[in-house]
Ligand binder design. Structure first.
Ligand code: BGC
Length: 717
């Protein structure tokens, strides 16, 4: 009886949520697509594969067909939310979401974005961006998840599963080896087979396992051939090795041929219209003259239609309610729900506490006066969203920085500045003085000198090369703080309790790091619209920070392996030594290492145990005991790194697992890791396969890539 009731209530629940989570198998979706596409003429199939130009409501809109009917698909940016639209949520950028190291929050972020894209009638979300960050100068690093392929893979997969649970097709980008704005449409990138698989393709492979419905090929050439007409990377790796079932679309204007692109794996050219004519009538002609087979065209259209069925978009998909060219003319549809709550929580838990001397944070309840200093603490004097100029796509950095610029940005519906957040939290007994200019150092010093604590704010911005900001053409010209930020830090001369807060797209240099008055350094990243609230939650101790760096912050710029490369051929010569792996292998001390971040409490690691088995799904299992030994509740990010047998030729250690563990004061728990075959494999170029090298491995478990607390050797033969 009870069983029957449970069944009934599950059925009711399914009815209530409608078909939101109904998921067809690819097989079934292909069957439906085959039957639709088989009724189409060559022109109709071509229509589906071709964009209709840049003047439409969405970043891209495909052509449609009648009899049989297939509606146009709306493809729209971007990886952090609905771009160029109102009544949406402008939350954490990818890089800051990665700072959370929180799989559950990453999934929830995907879910709420999926809801918003769905609500606005957008079929394809142009995100997530899963490129591994090669160097800190590259302007678009803020869109993606940092320098480690494993972390990027997990973050990408969670995001995709979240987005697609809401019937929206995720588009993983930019495939592949697209790592700087500079000359990206003309340069050819060369990576050796092994690092190509182990580093650059890794997150894309995880995205495929997560069921990503589409992939955007990138602007650059790969080994001399453009990414959108590259047989090896599209047909060989993506559709072959990775068994990708969905469709490949070009980045905007990244198609360079008709037959070559179609034959080598491109399924859809964007944006189409008058300025991108490679598909459309030219594709029809190519099929008619035999340079592209009709079978291939059928496959292109079928992949697109099958993906549409796979996500269940054939049932009552909402009408498009964005208008990127004339934003204010879009119909009113508010998709924000209560998503701001998650943005605030995730923003707070993503804060990385880099330094906290004498326990200056959280701020003492006894403080009488604090000083808030810097343009990065206040509003943009020109107004929200760059004086409301949509075309700049957030291309400005005059007030507090909460996202980068370009197609990976969204409009802020509002932006809680750090000052607003602090003010709201401070209550009436704490005086909060402020100065929002960075150029009057005397006034800033005056203000700081008679406060109990001085909070100094600074930032560093970057974006996509569709806009140039302060002379930075997408990529950053340097890694220094913007707007006189480094001089501002000298306000510390006047206050022995100075806290520096940095909003940045990625690593910056910290020439003031040794100043004895700088007691704390706080790194919120790019938190989005709830910025000030998330920050205040941490500063005042409502949230114990648990963010970790998804990249290495170096002592000097020359310590990084890969500066921007202006040449026609860009050789990824550091091979496997990307990010912290370079610093480890070359014995370079970073300022703050990958995975680093402090808490207001302490954690003890003990009792690491390992078991090996023949089961490929869990070749190695490990457990470790974590105890909160401090005075308050907190959350640890337990990280698992593997050292391969020496003969394998791997970097000294590679991240292969992490778990986020909340613990009450004195709380203790056992954290388990399982390492399947792939996690202990290297890519064997001769065999063209992933193989587990035999020999002696070491598992390191710790609080960062350089704060290893427990290590244990195990053998695989
Ligand atoms: C960017 C893509 C974006 C597309 C559509 C291109 O400039 O590289 O990331 O999705 O435009 O706006």
């Amino acid at each position: 009886m009870l069983h029957l009731l449970t069944l009934l209530s599950t059925a009711v629940l399914l009815l209530l949520v409608g078909t939101a989570n109904a998921s067809r198998s690819w097989e079934e979706s292909y069957k439906k697509a085959d039957s639709l596409v088989s009724q189409m003429s060559i022109e109709q199939k071509v229509n589906i594969t071709s964009g209709t130009g840049m003047t439409g409501l969405c970043a891209g809109i495909t052509g449609s067909t009648t009899n049989p009917d297939f509606a146009p698909l709306c493809l729209h940016d971007g990886p952090l939310g609905v771009r160029a639209a109102d009544n949406i949520t402008a939350g954490l950028s990818g890089i800051t979401a990665a700072q959370s190291f929180d799989k559950i929050a990453l999934r929830q972020r995907g879910v709420y974005m999926g809801k918003e894209f769905y609500g606005k009638g957008i079929n394809v979300q142009l995100g997530p961006d899963v490129e591994v960050m090669r160097g800190p100068w590259a302007g678009r690093i803020f869109e993606a998840f940092g320098e480690d392929p494993y972390l990027s893979g997990v973050a990408g997969a969670e995001t995709i599963m979240g987005i697609q649970s809401q019937k929206v097709i995720a588009c993983v980008k930019h495939y592949i080896l697209y790592n700087q704005n500079l000359n990206s449409s003309s340069s050819s990138v060369v990576a050796d087979e092994r690092s190509f698989h182990e580093v650059w393709a890794w997150p894309f492979a995880r995205a495929m396992e997560a069921g990503a419905g589409s992939v955007m090929c990138s602007y650059n050439k790969i080994n001399g051939t453009y990414g959108c007409e590259n047989d090896e990377s599209l047909n060989g790796l993506l559709k072959g090795e990775m068994n990708f079932q969905g469709f490949v679309m070009s980045d905007w204007f990244a198609t360079h041929s008709t037959a070559k692109s179609a034959n080598n794996g491109l399924d859809m050219s964007m944006p189409g219209g008058d300025m991108d004519t490679w598909f459309g009538a030219n594709l029809t002609a190519a099929v008619n003259n035999g340079s592209v087979s009709e079978d291939r065209l059928t496959n292109m259209a079928t992949r697109i239609v099958a993906t549409y069925y796979k996500m269940g978009q054939d049932a009552n998909f909402p009408r498009i309610s964005i208008n990127q060219a004339n934003r204010t003319e879009a119909p009113f549809v508010d998709v924000q729900g209560d998503h701001a709550k998650l943005v605030r929580q995730m923003g707070a838990e993503a804060v990385v506490l880099l330094r906290n001397k004498n326990g200056i944070l959280p701020l003492s309840k006894k403080l009488k006066k604090i000083a808030v200093v810097g343009s990065d603490a206040g509003p943009d004097p020109n107004g929200l969203n760059c004086g409301d100029n949509d075309l700049l796509y957030n291309g400005c950095n005059n007030g507090t920085l909460a996202m980068g610029w370009g197609s990976g940005s969204a409009r802020f519906p509002y932006l809680v500045t750090p000052y607003d957040g602090i003010r709201a939290h401070a209550g009436k007994d704490l005086e909060v003085g402020h100065i929002f200019t960075n150029w009057d150092l005397d006034a800033a010093t005056d203000l700081a000198s008679d406060a109990d604590v001085a909070l100094v704010f600074a930032s560093s911005d970057s974006g996509e090369a569709i806009a140039s900001v302060d002379g930075n053409n997408g990529d950053r010209n340097n890694l220094t703080l913007w707007n006189n930020g480094d001089s501002l830090a000298t306000v510390a001369d006047a206050n022995k309790n100075t806290i520096v807060v940095i909003h940045s797209v990625g690593p910056v240099l910290m020439p003031w790091i040794d100043h004895p008055n700088i007691k704390a350094i706080v790194w919120p990243g790019l938190p989005g619209q709830e910025s000030g609230n998330s920050l205040a939650d941490v500063l005042f101790g409502d949230v114990n920070p648990s963010g970790r760096l998804p990249y290495t912050i170096a002592k000097k710029a020359s310590d990084y392996a890969a500066p921007l490369n202006p040449h026609a051929t860009i050789d990824f010569s550091e091979k496997l030594l990307v990010g912290y792996k370079w610093f480890d292998a070359k014995n370079i001390d970073p300022l703050f290492e990958f995975g680093f971040g402090l808490s207001y409490t302490n954690f003890n690691y003990s009792n690491l145990k390992i078991e090996t088995s023949d089961n490929e799904d869990k070749l190695v299992s490990a457990t470790v005991t974590i105890k909160n030994t401090g005075d308050i509740a907190g959350t640890e990010v337990v990280q698992a790194y593997i050292s391969f047998p020496e003969s394998a030729g791997e970097p000294p250690k590679v991240l292969r697992g992490f778990e986020k563990v909340p613990l009450e004061k004195d709380g203790e728990t056992t954290v388990a890791f399982e390492f399947e075959k792939l996690l202990l494999s290297i890519y064997d170029v001769e065999k063209a396969a992933w193989v587990v090298p035999s020999g002696e491995y070491i598992l390191h478990v710790g609080a960062s890539s350089r704060d290893i607390r427990q290590s244990m050797v195990f053998d695989i033969n």
